[in-house]
Design a protein around this ligand. Sequence first.
Ligand code: SF4
Length: 341
Amino acid sequence: MIESVYIEEDVRDHPRTLEILRKLPRAEVQTIQRYGELFNRKRQNFRLQKQQPALILARKHANHVLSAPADYNIGGQHNFYFSHLLNCVYDCRYCFLQGMFRSANYVLFVNYEDFFEQIAQTQHTLSSPGWYFSGYDCDSLALEPWSGFAEAAVDWFRDHPNCHIELRTKSTQIRSLLKRPAIDNAVVAFSLAPDPVAQALEHKAPSLEKRLDALRTLAEAGWRIGLRMDPVIWADNYEHVYGAFLDQVFKGLPTDAIHSVSLGGFRLPVDFMKTVTRLYPEEPLFALPMTQRDGMVSVAHEREQRLLGFCRDGILKHVPDTRFFPCQPIEPGAAEITAPG
Ligand code: SF4
C-alpha cells in the first residue's frame, strides 16, 4: 500500500522507524532533512497525491499539545488535541484536511514519548482531569498496524488516570486495543454516517455495519465508546435516511457503554471550502445551498437546523442529554422549522 517512505535524518535510527521499515520491506526509502521541505512544498496536487500517498517519518519538535476548539468537548472542562499523525488513509469529501494541507502524504511523528511528556506537563497545570483528543488531523487507528500509536498511548494513559484520551476513528483496526484491558480514561469514538452518505462521501472507509461491529466488540471488551455524528449531511429525504440510521446505530449497541454522542453539520472555514471546491468541482455536496458566517461555510441555516433538530430528537430517545454534545447550537424547535432552505 505504501510504496515510498521519506525519513528525516534525525529519526533514521529511531526504534519506531526501524520497526515501521521492517513492516514495509518493499517500500522505496529516501532520507530528507525536515519533513516540511516535502510536505509544505508549493504547487502540489492533493487530489493526485491522494491516489498513492507516501509516508514521511519525522520528529515533532514543539507544540505537541494544543488547546482544542470550543466545539471539541465531550463533557470535560479542559480540552486539548495533539497530532502524532497528519493526514488519513480515507478520503472523505467533506474532510477539512484536504483544505488545510498542501500534501496528502502521511506525516508520522515517531517521538510519541515527547507527546506524552507534554500531556503530563499540561495536566500538571490543571486542577481537574484534562481531555486529550487524538484524531484531529488524522484517523487515530487507521495506520495502527504500522504506527503502533494506540497501543503506546493506552499503555501511557493507563498510568496517568487524570489524563483522558479520545481515539477518534472510522477504522476497524482495533486489535491492539482488544489485546489490552480496557481503561476508564479512554473513549474510542467512531465517526458514523448513514450508508448512503458513507458510500457517496466517505471513500475507502469501512461500511457503517463494520464500524458498528467494531464498536460492539469494543463495548463487549469493556471499552467506553463514543458516537460522532459529525458531519450529518442534508438530503431531501433526511427523515428516512437519518431515521433508519439512528435505529440501526442504537439497536445493536449497549447503551451503558456509550460515553458520549456528538452531532454537527457540514462546515468548513471559507478558505478551505474554496480549496476543496477547486479540487472537486463536480462534487454534489458543494452544490448544496450554503451559508457563510463568521468565516465558516455551512449548509443553509434552515436545512441544517431541521436536520440537526431531527437527529438530536432521535438521539435523545436513546441516551440522556448528559451524554449528548452538539458541536454547534441547535434551536429548540429545530426539527419543525418549515421555511425552505
Ligand atoms: S476519516 Fe476523518 S480524517 Fe480521514 S478523511 Fe475522513 S474525515 Fe478526514
